[in-house]
Design a protein around this ligand. Structure first.
Ligand code: WT7
Length: 682
């Protein structure tokens, strides 16, 4: 290989990402599903065509109740900070609670399922939710002095109190910033500082894996660390896992820490009118970590966001008021905000909030919850689906539940895993939507509309109505559909659910998401500001999009750019394999080579033969170009608390570099085990 060839091999552009993955065939939804679906009118795609943009989104805005109807649908004068439904006045708490009381006061809004099966499920009606939200809003207003525009940090576990707190903030126009409960006190401190919160709302303890974990100490660390950074927290409000009883032995700090259940007594019976907020007022911040630098506070607005999550919950999640809907995500992630709390409640659904982990106390737990509560819509991530398939491949059949609809979200799903989800979890009856989106986007970008488009395993489906995807190469040239070539997937137009900016950092917002493909940085036209998602994707002839992972995860082997996901998917064709992760390893000649990590299904022994079988399968499915340098059969994958496989750590091990901080992982101990394996193999 000449120097020039070597250079080309390592510096090829996205335009050369060839996709070796076979497209799967269509799977139609059942006639029974179609007969009851919310959206069966195929003209929706025409109504939401680019020609009808942005006025098409009036349909979503009209799912909500407005104090004052908006006068301008999209204000682009501050592009790319777009304002939706300008002139409108609205309140999110009113739309998720108050407006349902006339007809559905006694309907369950939230089924709270404690992790311990011996504890009673709490069924909170809309009436009761209204009472609790009002009383807590009164407390926030009166005791904490909070008002519209203030920020409050929440660091709460899965509980009824979390949506109550969010909705109480929303009632006052207070901007909530919920930090995932599993995160450390330091992570909470960073977010308290960045958002400028002087109130922290937390809980004393929660159950996880059968153990009552004390959570209060994280508040102490958070307050201390935030103060070091110059942000004083005046009040810490502590909800109790068992009201009236303190479940932590960490001391309360006098004059700073308060039990909510004590304070609330002064507010029993109090009502607070929802504050009519400008449509573009921020509703919440959701922090997401970038690859570098400090976490970004994605700022979501009120009217646009709520309209978008209500619309997508109705037409993609197919939520009807009589449905029992269970999204297994944590409310501390955007999925939980949009599709446990705001979307379902705006539509008056019954939404399930489950405290614990899916496999406690055994592999049948999820299916028992579904059976006992009559859940008919189920929403989870491939990582959970793989885990459930691994620990209990035959469990679902033992329970009498029936899903009409299921969602997969968060990462690409391998067709093998998709089929298990469809046949075993969904019992062949459920329509599946594979929803591709991001913290930044507020709601779905790509998905099938479940009664209008057939499913295709492994593909997220076409752009949502009103979301016009385009795939660009490095030079900003469009990669046409159906070429088997991947590139950088962008959205040509803004949409109501899109974040408004990065809190306090407009420059980073513009640079990171728009700069690369912006046609004119001075332009006030939305047409000049395509949104760059940062994902690599391929679009088939039919417009269905297949996500290959983050653009940085693409591996360049001898100038052939391979999506990590297609190699992982090929590995999962081997029945013994439960999970697979591919990482690039530096190679003098080829530039990069893939290393493959796999975890096996329970009871299956690791062997050299099995490793060879996996490697051979990849060569058969994709070609010799994708042959892994090595197949590592590991006890488990290092994962984030949200279940994402940490490929960065595996890549560091494979390349013999420093793995960095592993303490934020759900299972830091496996990193040591994998390092030992690697050392032993030398
Ligand atoms: C990244 C966003 C979406 C809310 C939860 C995660 C990946 C997300 C899919 C999907 C393939 C997906 C993308 C995206 N991703 N959904 N259905 N198929 N990939 O939100 O933490 O902001 O992550 O997750 O790479 O950019 P997030």
């Amino acid at each position: 290989m000449t120097e020039k060839e070597r250079k080309e091999a390592t510096e090829t552009s996205e335009a050369q990402i060839a996709v070796h993955w076979q497209e799967e065939g269509y799977v139609p939804p059942t006639p029974a599903f179609i007969a009851q679906a919310n959206m069966t009118d195929p003209t929706i795609y025409d109504r939401f065509s680019l020609d009808n943009f942005p006025n098409c989104f009036k349909e979503y805005a009209d799912l909500l109740d407005w104090y004052e109807y908006w006068t301008e649908i999209l204000d682009t004068s501050d592009a790319p900070c777009f304002k939706w439904f300008k002139g409108g006045k609205i309140n999110a708490s009113y739309n998720c609670v108050d407006r349902h009381l006339a007809k559905h006061a006694n309907k369950t809004a939230i089924h709270f399922v404690p992790e311990l099966e011996e504890e009673k499920v709490d069924h909170v009606t809309y009436q009761e939710l209204w009472v609790r939200v009002n009383e807590f809003a009164a407390l926030l207003q009166d005791f904490c002095g909070l008002k519209a525009g203030d920020r409050v940090t929440l660091h709460m576990p899965m509980s009824t109190e979390l949506p109550v707190t969010m909705l109480a903030c929303a009632r006052l126009g207070v901007i909530h910033s919920q930090v995932f409960g599993g995160f450390s006190g330091k992570a909470a401190a960073d977010r308290i500082e960045d958002s400028g919160s002087n109130v922290l709302i937390t809980m004393d303890a929660y159950y996880r894996g059968g153990k009552l974990l004390s959570h209060k100490e994280k508040a102490d660390i958070a307050v201390e660390e935030a103060e070091k950074m110059g942000q004083k927290v005046d009040k810490v409000l502590i909800w109790q896992r068992y009201p009236g009883k303190y479940s932590s032995d960490v001391p309360m700090v006098d004059g700073r820490d308060y039990f909510v259940n004590d304070l609330l007594k002064d507010y029993y019976g109090k009502r607070v009118d929802p504050v009519p907020m400008p449509a573009e007022a921020p509703l919440f911040l959701m922090y997401t970590s970038g690859t570098t630098g400090k976490p970004k506070g994605c700022q979501h607005g009120t009217g646009g966001y709520l309209a978008y999550v209500a619309g997508t919950s109705k037409y993609v999640q197919d939520i009807h008021p009589e449905d029992v809907y269970w999204c297994m995500a944590d409310i501390g992630w955007i999925t939980g905000h949009s599709y446990i709390v705001y979307g379902p409640l705006a539509l008056c659904a019954s939404t399930v909030v489950y405290e614990g982990i899916p496999n406690y106390p055994d592999a049948g737990r999820c299916w028992r919850i579904a059976q006992d509560l009559g859940v008919n819509i189920f929403h989870t991530a491939p990582t959970a689906i793989r885990a459930l398939r691994k620990i209990g491949p035959d469990e679902p059949a033992k329970y009498d539940y029936h899903f009409k609809h299921m969602t997969t979200v968060g990462e690409p799903i391998e067709p093998e895993v998709w089929r298990w989800y469809h046949e075993v979890v969904g019992k062949g009856e459920a329509a599946i939507v594979d929803t591709w989106w991001q913290t930044e986007t507020g709601g779905f970008l790509c998905s099938t509309l479940p009664a209008l488009k057939p499913m295709k395993p492994g593909s997220a489906g076409p752009g949502m109505p009103g979301i016009h995807c385009v795939i660009y190469d490095d030079e900003g040239k469009e990669v046409p559909p159906g070429q088997g070539i991947a590139g950088n997937i962008c959205i040509q137009n803004p949409w109501p659910g899109m974040f408004q900016t990065i809190w306090g950092n407009r420059e980073r917002f513009v640079n990171q998401y728009f700069e690369r493909y912006c046609k004119d940085p001075n332009s006030k036209r939305w047409q000049d500001w395509p949104y760059m998602t940062g994902d690599a994707a391929v679009m088939a002839e039919d417009g269905y999009v297949r996500i290959l992972g983050r653009i940085d995860d693409v591996i360049n082997v001898s100038g052939h750019r391979l999506g990590t996901k297609e190699i992982e998917s090929a590995a999962l064709v081997v029945p013994e394999v439960a999970e697979a992760a591919v990482v690039p390893v530096k190679h003098d000649i080829k530039g990069r080579e893939p290393d493959l990590y796999v975890a096996l299904k329970p009871g299956i022994e690791s062997s050299d033969e099995l490793a060879k079988k996996i490697s051979d399968t990849i060569v058969r499915e994709i070609g010799p170009i994708a042959k892994p340098r090595k197949v590592w059969i590991v006890p488990d994958m290092p994962k984030t608390r949200s279940g994402k496989i940490m490929r960065r750590i595996l890549a560091a091990i494979s390349n013999g570099s420093d793995v960095g901080d592993t303490m934020t992982l759900a299972n830091p101990e496996v990193v040591e085990e994998i390092k030992k394996m690697e050392a032993a193999s030398k």
